[in-house]
Design a protein around this ligand. Structure first.
Ligand SMILES: Cc1cc2nc3c(=O)[nH]c(=O)nc-3n(C[C@H](O)[C@H](O)[C@H](O)COP(=O)(O)O)c2cc1C
Length: 185
């Protein structure tokens, strides 16, 4: 797929088939992640590619429990629905984390660029994706300590951003664009 097409056709697709990704798809995503540019080439990130269905199930269950107990009131009803999963059925959850002691002014930007590399690479392979901030609350909760380690996040690292990737079973319109946010002089 042409790069411009991938950029313009990417959407946050909030629903996925459970079908696992192939090893080739995973390898392509890993390459895209590691190819991202970063300020002073610091590559401050770690990418935990979580594709183990058991771990994803455990995380969804923990998220439900945590959000029903501690989540903000407006969000709780969706977790009462037994069909709702925080990870939206995705067969792959990539967690971008950094060691906060090494975070610099551009660490967040670096991770944002890397996660978009993943979103565009997914799009290029005909896969859907959603960048997700919300799992941070669960990944960083005390109750997730052990699971965070088992999901491959290095000790001492904190969640920066994540992305869900898979075969989407929903589609979405492009978000409205505001030309007033651009000036060309
Ligand atoms: C840093 C970041 C965090 C996001 N977190 C979430 C999230 O937790 N849950 C969610 O459903 N979408 C999340 N999104 C997706 C945005 O809601 C989405 O990008 C936006 O509505 C525009 O839609 P589009 O991606 O289809 O263009 C996030 C996007 C970004 C860039």
């Amino acid at each position: 797929m042409d790069v411009q097409q991938a950029i313009l056709q990417r959407r946050s697709t909030r629903g996925f088939e459970k079908t696992p990704l192939t090893q080739q798809e995973i390898d392509t995503l890993v390459q895209a992640a590691l190819a991202a540019p970063s300020a002073m080439n610091k590559q401050p990130w770690h990418f935990a590619f979580v594709k183990d269905a058991g771990l994803l199930k455990e995380f969804n269950a923990l998220a439900r429990e945590h959000m029903l107990k501690n989540g903000p009131a407006p969000l709780r009803p969706r977790f009462e629905d037994p069909n709702y999963e925080l990870l939206m059925g995705a067969p792959l959850f990539v967690i971008l984390s950094t060691d906060p002691t090494g975070d610099g002014p551009f660490t967040g930007v670096d991770c944002g660029i890397a996660v978009e590399n993943l979103a565009l690479s997914a799009k290029g392979m005909g896969l859907g994706s959603v960048i997700v901030g919300m799992p941070m609350e669960i990944v960083e909760a005390d109750c997730c300590k052990d699971l965070k380690t088992r999901m491959g996040v290095p000790a001492g690292h904190r969640y920066k951003v994540g992305i869900l990737i898979g075969h989407n079973n929903v589609s979405k319109e492009a978000h409205p664009q505001e030309s007033g946010r651009v000036s060309i002089v």
